[in-house]
Design a protein around this ligand. Structure first.
Ligand code: FES
Ligand code: FES
Length: 153
């Protein structure tokens, strides 16, 4: 079928074996010498939701570790996994410049062929929005707009 061929091998691989799936804890933050940030993003319309964990070193705002959990589809899992990977080593400011288009490009097998069918592009938007939410939590801004399950410690 044609749909089957519209997903890249990288998407298939990461949705089945995400490399950055799981939680980070306060103990991890202490071990790495950073601050734990946990951000949630969700789409009320469909119930899909993603949670991003960062450990940020405060002296230079560098993201030392990033992981995620998700109740999204396979494309959301692959996209969020790639997004988490792209966050690692960047500063919080640099991470907020990652877009869902960057994530999609990184998931392509070849530069000229999309990683997912067009109707799945929205699944990577949550991955992108959750970065902005994590950055807002880290900077302690716009807290009123954040969901109550978001945690900064
Ligand atoms: Fe919910 Fe795509 S169906 S984000
Ligand atoms: Fe809902 Fe992909 S996250 S369809």
């Amino acid at each position: 079928g044609s749909l089957w061929e519209q997903y890249s091998a990288k998407v298939a691989e990461r949705m089945n074996n995400p490399r950055h799936f799981g939680e980070l804890t306060a103990a991890d933050a202490q071990r790495l010498g950073g601050r734990l940030v946990i951000a949630n993003e969700g789409a009320e319309s469909c119930g899909d939701t993603v949670r991003l964990y960062w450990i940020v070193r405060e002296s230079d705002e560098r993201i030392l570790a990033a992981t995620f959990k998700s109740f999204g589809c396979g494309t959301a899992i692959a996209s969020t996994d790639m997004m988490a990977e792209m966050c690692i080593g960047k500063t919080v400011s640099e991470a907020t410049k990652i877009t869902n288009l960057d994530v999609e490009r990184a998931l392509r097998d070849t530069a000229d062929k999309a990683a997912v069918p067009p109707q799945k592009m929205h699944c990577s938007v949550m991955a992108y929005e959750v970065i902005k939410r994590a950055a807002a939590l880290y900077r302690n801004v716009d807290i009123a707009t954040l969901q109550d399950k978001d945690i900064v410690c």
